[in-house]
Every structure is written in C-alpha cells, then in structure tokens.
Design a protein around this ligand. Structure first.
Ligand SMILES: [Zn+2]
Length: 346
C-alpha cells in the first residue's frame, strides 16, 4: 500500500481540533459566497508552498473569524469540519470551541452551543463519533470561565453526553492559569472532563502549580511544549506529568508553523514517546495550518522513524485517552482490529 493511502486508511482519533481553526478553504469559499463577498475568494488561496507560513496562517484565521459570526455559519462550519474529518477516516472526534456572543447578529453563547450540537446531530449518519468540549479562553477572565463551565454542565445533561467537558486555551502569554483553578476543580466535581493547554510557552511556576493542584483531574494536556528542562521546563514538571500519567495532545505542524518548536526533529513527541507516555497526535487547526490528521501521522512516522505497526499502535492507544465511556472505547478498539488486515501491515 502506498504511504499516502496507508495514512488515509488508518483509523484515527482526533482529540485536539478547534472548530474555527479547522475550517477548510472550500468552506471559506462557501461562506464568502453566502455572505456576498465572492471578490475575496481569490485572496484565500494560500496553498502548500507558503513562503510566509505564519503570516498566511494568521491572515486566514482572521478571515475565519469574520466568517463565523452567526449561528448558521457555526452550523455550516461544524458540519463541514465533521465531514472532512470523517473523510480522513477519523472515527472518533472531539471538537472544541469558545461559545461566543455577538450582539450585532443576535448570537448568544446558548445559540452557539446549540448550532454545534445541531451539526453533530445532523452528521450522525457518518462513521464518526463526535464529542464537544466548550473552551475557556484565558483572555476572557474567570467570570466568563464559570459561565462556560455552567453552560457545559447544562448542555452535557441535555445532549446525552455529547458535550463532555472543558478545554482551556487562548493566548498563553495572557492571564494566569492559576486564577482558573477553582473553576477547574468545580468542573471536575461536576464530572466534566478537562483538557488544558499547558506549558505552550515556558511558564514553569504556573505549570507546576496547576499540575500539583489538579494532578490526575487533568484529563489531558494540550501541547505541553515547555515541560522538559531543555525547553524551558524542568524535571519536576516532567515527573508530575509522568506520575499522574496525563496524556499529551501533540500537534506537530501547528507547533512548527506556529514557531513554538523550531523544527519537526526537535518536537517534544520524541521525548514522551520514548518514555512510553500516552501521546495523541492532533491537528489543532487543520484549516489554519493547512494539514490533516493523516498528514500529521505521516510526518510523525517520517520524523521519528516509526514503522507501520508502531503507527497503528499509536493510533490504537489514543483510544485510551478519549473522553467517552468504556463501551465506546471497546467498540472503537474492536473497529481498529477489524480494519487492521485491510491496511496490509507487514
Ligand atoms: Zn489548541
């Protein structure tokens, strides 16, 4: 089997996908048309051969934000993102997004969440299970965080568990994660799962306090770029993550293009993978960074010299870290085993 075909057919789990960063060029064009802004279509063709990747990425993200300002946009975007992940043979997907309020268009946080849930319901015929994490943006303060936590609890109860927990994200240089500790603890007490962007930039004191206070209540860590001593962290942070066995969501292209990691070779994947620590490959923002989960697996395999059996096992082991009950996990593991012969791994 050709390499590209193998990664495409490999059944996969995506646990780190921000809805608004995942919008494809096709969906951007669809939304521009819908909004009568066709003249901007030619301006969003960035392609793979970017000379200024970061500038292009942010240009695209900015545009994406202006294209998702009402409930119908959110619905269209979420439907397309789910379909694209399903086409990439992602069998289990956790989406995350910050419920936004936009007075001018009548968008409320409730309508935002409902639009996402409607999209998940209307794509239920696809061979993909989708759960949703509400994002707490660290730029917006603790009061909004508390509201988001309450929103997550309320919608978890009416969505039959599709809303499964909280994500903590936003500009890592703004605010202090420790201010949000009471919200995280309360969320955990209410049985909401937690995935926290942590140590995206070097912040050893903040990171240490969060890891110490929350321990295994942290369901997963997003990125964890600066945990190791050589990356601005220290051994105590590494030990805490290992001790509590907190899985890491690792997004290679996002980190390289976002310039928090100098190149693929130096990505923290190697460090954690060598220690047999749970590592889950993710895309972060597949639209913004022009990637797919298949491509991310291919890059990891190429960079860290993983054979196909190891790649398959890496994908299978990601199931352990999903925010779903044991029945779903077992069903997915069975599916992986059923599909394995068709991948011709030798
Ligand atoms: Zn992220």
């Amino acid at each position: 089997m050709e390499s590209k075909e193998f990664y495409h057919h490999l059944p996969k789990v995506e646990l780190h996908a921000h809805i608004n960063g995942s919008i494809s060029e096709e969906t951007i064009n669809k939304l521009l048309k819908r909004k009568g802004r066709e003249e901007e279509i030619s301006k969003v063709k960035f392609g793979k051969e970017q000379t200024e990747p970061l500038a292009d990425s942010f240009k695209r993200l900015k545009l994406m934000q202006t294209l998702s300002d009402c409930a119908e946009d959110i619905y269209i975007i979420t439907c397309d993102v789910i379909k694209e992940f399903a086409e990439d043979n992602v069998k289990y997907l956790e989406l995350r997004s910050t419920p936004r309020e936009i007075t001018a268009t009548g968008l409320s946080r409730d309508l935002y969440v409902e639009a996402v849930l409607r999209a998940i319901k209307d794509t239920a015929h696809l061979d993909i299970i989708v759960h949703f994490l509400l994002s707490i943006d660290r730029r917006l303060g603790v009061d909004v965080a508390r509201t988001t936590m309450e929103l997550a609890e309320r919608y978890r109860d009416v969505s039959n568990g599709v809303v499964i927990g909280l994500d903590f994200s936003g500009d890592p240089k703004v605010g202090d994660a420790r201010d949000y500790l009471p919200v995280f603890i309360e969320a955990h007490n209410r049985a909401l799962k937690l995935s926290l962007h942590l140590a995206e930039v070097a912040a050893p004191e903040e990171t240490k306090d969060i890891l110490k206070e929350l321990g295994p209540r942290i369901g997963r860590i997003g990125h964890g770029t600066c945990l190791q001593p050589e990356c601005g962290g220290n051994q105590a942070l590494v030990d805490l993550v290992l001790q509590h066995n907190i899985p890491l969501e690792l997004c290679l292209t996002s980190n390289v293009k976002g310039q928090t990691v100098p190149n693929y070779d130096q990505h923290q994947f190697q460090f954690w993978y060598n220690r047999s620590h749970p590592c889950i490959i993710g895309t972060d923002d597949k639209g913004m960074f022009d990637t797919s989960l298949s491509e991310e697996y291919a890059i990891a395999a190429r960079t860290f010299e993983l054979d196909r059996e190891s790649v398959w096992r890496l994908s299978l082991s990601s199931i352990d870290a999903i925010f779903a009950d044991d029945d779903v996990k077992q069903m997915l593991r069975n599916k992986w085993h059923e599909l394995k012969p068709s991948l011709n791994i030798t």
